[in-house]
Design a protein around this ligand. Structure first.
Ligand code: MLT
Length: 269
């Protein structure tokens, strides 16, 4: 039976049989209950567009720059990441973890008194290996906090896209959460969600819902298109206008599949 027949369920005898023992509707994009035989994938174009089901694996995406940067930090040996929704929450977390590094940005700049900002190029092994990072950014860390009820949270970005797909092997319920920008969708996050959906579909996953269809239509076809989308996005242009260091960040975040390995996608700890 096709996914759409199952999802449209109520008039379908087979679908009724499947759903009798099922939990209540989880999410418009992932509402096929019970034992999923194939992976179901939904997309939120911004965190406030919906809730992440506790049973799902959440892939949180903030291409520019939070999840690209955190992915670099983990690939370079950071022990774990504690996302904070605000600088105040970050400071409170540091009181509980006095050895941790305070990291993050406001208006793209390092927060005064913090150890590191939000450039992936700052997070080299000499700074971060073995360390706990308390991380606070305008959109990315809030999206990570918004997904904290999920069974598992992964860092999604273009730089670690292949590693994310590999890490999702065996999952039956995936919610891709785009950080967006101050509550609104952003092109680079939606395009990255689309690329992940497209790669998961190729492995047999069922991608559902209007947000996922929109994201899917934005999926870049190759590494050159990833560069074009990220560089040309509103946030990409804003960062590049801040100077060469920021332009280098944008270029770094737009390099498809540059990071491998399981560490580049998990929060750790
Ligand atoms: C964010 O979380 O909003 C971004 O990572 C901001 C930035 O690029 O510094």
């Amino acid at each position: 039976m096709s996914a759409s027949r199952v999802a449209s369920g109520a008039r379908d005898g087979d679908a009724k049989r499947v759903s009798r023992s099922a939990p209540a509707r989880l999410h418009p994009s992932i509402d096929v209950p019970g034992e999923y035989r194939v992976m179901r994938v939904g997309v939120l174009l911004a965190p406030r567009d919906g809730a992440v089901p506790p049973s799902a694996a959440a892939v949180v995406i903030d291409v520019l720059r939070a999840t690209s940067t955190l992915s670099a930090a983990r690939a370079h040996g950071a022990a774990r990441i504690l996302p904070a929704a605000s600088p105040e929450e970050a400071a409170a977390l540091r009181r509980q973890h006095p050895g941790a590094l305070l990291c993050g940005e406001r208006e793209s700049l390092k927060i005064p008194g913090f150890d590191l900002g939000n450039s992936p190029l700052e997070y080299d092994p000499a700074r971060v290996a073995g360390r706990t990072l308390i991380f606070c950014s305008t959109n990315g860390s809030r999206a990570l906090v918004s997904a904290s009820r999920a069974r598992r949270r992964l860092l999604g970005a273009f730089v670690n896209a292949r590693a994310v797909i590999e890490a999702l092997e065996g999952e039956r319920e995936v919610m891709v959460v785009c950080a967006g920008n101050r509550g609104a969708p952003s092109l680079e996050d939606a395009a990255c969600a689309g690329l992940l959906c497209e790669r998961l579909e190729r492995r047999g996953a069922v991608v559902g819902g209007g947000a996922a269809r929109l994201a899917r239509s934005l999926a870049p076809r190759d590494a050159a298109e990833v560069q074009a989308v990220v560089q040309g996005s509103a946030h990409g242009r804003e960062l590049r206008a801040l100077g060469a260091r920021y332009a280098a960040d944008v270029e770094w975040c737009a390099e498809l599949d540059r990071l491998g390995g399981a560490d580049a996608i998990e929060l750790g700890g």
